[in-house]
Design a protein around this ligand. Structure first.
Ligand code: DON
Length: 314
């Protein structure tokens, strides 16, 4: 297959840019608060870029399998919106960035009405997990996994149960957030059941290629350009992409918006899903994180590509 000019240029320079970014992994640390994630290869860095014609380029450790962690929150938000509509969802979570860490409790008590500031911080994503339709936690998790499979075009996605159990065993902070939300009347369901759904979707395993495909669906307004199927209503994708731009990289979202100018979502396993709207889906993995919880080398690589190809939306 002859690659489009943009992808052909990328293919040529990508290995060199990737190695330059990989050098930054020395400055980062794998996530230690989930013990199983601390075992990830710290120097790894991989990328996969997919366009609307199904053409792709990849470089580095793009075969690495890792858990979605917070990247899953974008898609549970979409499913919660599809299940409940905007009014119900935004009665329970806000629409504003926090400027705090992703697992912070601070504003829950400080600012009325005591609902999480947005659906991408941990408190917000826990509330979103409770809004997914299903009679039992197992049914909710099954619906989430099916949705992820459909969006990634990969029927074989599954959980890393070691990571799931490791997170559950050490999730003291998330448990406190959830009990606080329950006490505030924001969570209706049983706390442990909600957390079970949350830990499962965080532990879904993907590769950079899966993230690129999921990102491409968002880049195309919810329509899978490969199958031409509208998988998510365009309005909900618009909402999700706006959250990615304003809160997707937590309290480094402003910095990333200035440097790369693309909607993006990171996870503590080192994944980043981003996109060039209307054109490309991009999946990156680099388990060494910076102090904000984002892949240190992954952020650098995306910023380099955006600069080189003038991808900023602004
Ligand atoms: O709840 C947690 O802490 C993790 N399962 C997800 C956090 C995360 O990925 C934050 N990302 N940068």
């Amino acid at each position: 297959m002859v690659l489009s000019t943009e992808l052909a240029q990328m293919k040529e320079r990508l290995p060199e840019w990737l190695e330059a970014s990989r050098a930054l992994t020395a400055e980062g640390k794998t996530a230690a608060y989930i013990p199983e994630l601390a075992k990830a290869p710290k120097e790894a860095l991989g990328i996969h870029i997919l366009n609307m014609n199904g053409e792709s380029v990849s470089a580095g450790d793009c075969g690495l399998v890792f858990t979605m962690q917070s990247i899953s929150k974008v898609f549970t938000l979409l499913l919660a919106l599809m299940d409940n509509g905007e009014e119900v969802v935004f009665a329970k979570v806000g629409k504003e960035p926090t400027g705090d860490d992703f697992n912070s409790m601070l504003k829950l008590e400080l600012v009325e009405p005591g609902i999480p500031f947005n659906p991408l911080i941990n408190a917000g994503a826990i509330v979103i997990s409770s809004l997914i339709h299903g009679a039992t936690p197992e049914q909710k998790s099954e619906r989430i996994l099916r949705f992820f499979c459909e969006l990634s075009g990969n029927e074989t996605l599954g959980y890393n149960l070691d990571v799931c159990r490791s997170e559950s065993a050490t999730a003291h902070r998330n448990r406190s957030l959830a009990y606080f939300l329950k006490d505030n009347g924001v969570l209706d369901d049983d706390v442990e059941e909600v957390l079970d759904v949350y830990f499962h979707h965080c532990s879904v395993e993907v590769t950079c290629a899966d993230l690129a495909r999921m990102g491409l669906v968002l880049a195309c307004g919810g329509k899978d350009p490969v199958t031409q199927k509208q998988l998510v209503p365009r309005r909900y994708v618009q909402i999700a992409k706006t959250f990615m731009m304003t809160c997707g990289m937590y309290n480094a979202s402003g910095e990333f918006a200035i440097a790369a100018g693309l909607p993006a979502k990171s996870g503590v396993a080192g994944g980043i899903m981003t996109m060039v709207p209307g054109r490309l889906g991009i999946g990156v993995v680099g388990p060494a994180l910076n102090s904000k919880g984002n892949s240190v080398a992954g952020v650098h690589l995306i910023e380099t590509l955006s600069r080189e190809f003038d991808w900023s939306m602004f």
